[in-house]
Design a protein around this ligand. Structure first.
Ligand code: NAD
Length: 468
């Protein structure tokens, strides 16, 4: 079993907290990782270490910071196989998929290493004898608080952008993937001076202590409930809150689309990573004219996905998913396949297709975060658009349509940060959106994340009076 340590000012140690967590493999309940939580004093020490290291790291040239990040990316890449095994054992992702997400993480580190040195300010048109400019400065200490569902790629984005812009970091990985976070920190940290990258371990209370600490930015990727608590903590301390939170993404299946193709897209969106993706398809509005053949095809797809998907991260999440499904069934939905947790070890849940769903069901209104495709039949594209828009979340939305005018109306009107037409995943590199409503705030990705991690300073330099 992995024994996970914290990293404070360049020294690895066992956490000083009085709570200990054990992560079990969600495939078979075998223990994988043991971690003693960091104590409040450890969090304070990590923030102090990051604060002490901040001026030195900010004074390193952008090119040298980028070189450190490039070297760190190469080290992560070289250890991708063992890192993927840890990730797979902790959160159930098949090892091959875990390797793909680690490759995405190293690509992101390299992308920020390239973008960091060219993140430049501008000169302004002032008096001819003066110099006027806008320049970017590191914000200082960034608390990076990350989830378990894509633990390496998400962490690499925030860590890469924070470090290359000259900030120092205290990272707290998810309590569901502490071994993955610890392994990643062991690979990254040797490339940076002591105190530049610190690691604390534990669950919500440790995250809350970090969010309440005197840091300059709290960058959180995780659930909306946590994001709200972090925003409140930041309001008290004055730190900037950068939040990438949950979603309940709709998929609209328009009249006239090929039902087989639509079903394969819906299944990919709802079942990939066992439904544990922030931009998973969470609810489907299918036009009445294609609904029957779409549902038949979706049930077939679900059966084909069954042997390919991993378990959910743990039984806690499985209970939530199953509770939402059972509530929907009680309220009048029907399961075309799946719909119940199997007996036996692990946190397995089958791909599930529900019909006759209504918008007041939790499975349509809340983020389910499991392999569940709830479907409601609609009579018009207008009805689909209006029901898709009526949500407390605004992360992403997808539309399958052959109509250019429907596509145009959809991307203009849907209140979501990302709109995808005729594909549930994908998009050009570098795309970054503002999540809407309860889905967060700020740019969590792309080149714009460098703006979030820096503060702009306006400088006016006048010439001294002549004759001095
Ligand atoms: P979570 O918010 O429960 O946990 C994320 C991190 O926050 C963990 O490290 C956790 O320990 C910490 N935390 C928990 N309570 C805290 C508190 N009160 N104060 C400070 N930190 C606290 O989320 P999760 O279950 O790990 O992740 C799944 C969620 O993440 C889903 O809602 C998913 O949609 C979202 N997510 C969003 C994106 C995105 O880009 N929008 C990407 C991945 C995941």
């Amino acid at each position: 079993m992995l024994e996970v340590e914290q990293l404070l000012a360049g020294h690895w140690s066992v956490g000083g907290g009085d709570r200990e967590l054990t992560v079990v493999n969600p495939a078979d309940d075998a223990p994988v990782t043991r971690v003693v939580c960091s104590a409040p004093d450890d969090v304070t020490a990590a923030v102090r270490a990051a604060r002490a290291a901040a001026p030195g790291w900010a004074a390193v040239s952008a090119a040298d910071r980028a070189a450190a990040l490039q070297a760190a990316a190469a080290t992560v890449e070289a250890s991708a196989a063992t890192l993927a095994e840890t990730m797979a054992a902790e959160m159930g992702k098949p090892v091959g998929e875990a390797r793909d997400t680690i490759a995405a993480g190293t690509a992101t580190l390299r992308q920020y290493a390239e973008l960091g040195p060219v993140h430049r300010g501008r000169t302004l048109a002032g008096h001819l004898e003066a110099i006027d400019l806008m320049t970017y400065e590191p914000r200082g200490v960034v608390a990076v608080i990350t989830p378990w569902n894509d633990p390496v790629a998400v962490a690499c984005g925030l860590l890469g952008a924070a470090l290359v812009t000259g900030n120092t970091v205290v990272h707290k990985p998810s309590e569901r993937t502490p071994g993955t976070g610890w392994h990643l920190a062991r690979l990254l940290a040797p490339h940076f001076p002591d105190g530049v990258l610190n690691l604390v371990n534990g669950d919500g209370p440790v995250g809350a202590a970090l969010a309440a600490a005197p840091v300059d930015v709290v960058a959180h990727v995780g659930s909306t409930v946590t994001g709200r608590a972090i925003a409140a903590a930041c309001a008290r301390t004055g730190a900037k809150a950068l939040l990438e939170n949950g979603g309940c993404d709709p998929l609209i299946v328009d009249a006239g689309v090929d039902p087989q193709w639509a079903a394969s897209q819906a299944a990919l969106g709802a079942f990939a990573n066992s439904g544990q993706i922030c931009v998973s398809v969470e609810r489907i509005y299918a036009h009445r004219s294609v609904a029957a053949s779409f549902l038949d095809a979706l049930a077939e797809e679900a059966n084909a996905w069954q042997p390919r998907i991993g378990p959910l991260v743990d039984r806690r999440l499985r209970d939530t998913v199953d509770e939402q499904v059972q509530q929907a069934l009680k309220a009048g939905a029907s399961a075309l396949c799946g719909g119940a947790a199997p007996a036996g070890p692990g946190a397995w849940y089958p791909p599930t297709v529900l019909t006759d769903c209504t918008d007041d069901m939790a499975v349509m209104r809340e983020e389910t975060f499991g392999p569940v495709a709830p479907v409601a039949v609609v009579s018009s594209f207008d009805e689909a658009l209006s029901r898709a828009s009526d949500s407390p979340y605004g992360l992403a939305a997808s539309v399958l349509t052959g109509s250019m005018s429907h596509a145009q109306r959809a991307w203009r009107s849907l209140p979501a940060g990302t709109v995808k037409i005729n594909a549930v995943f994908g998009g050009a590199p570098g795309g970054a959106a503002h999540p809407r409503r309860s889905s967060g705030q700020g740019f969590g990705y792309g080149p714009e994340l460098l703006d979030e991690m820096t503060a702009t300073k306006v400088v006016h330099v006048s010439a001294p009076p002549t004759g001095w």
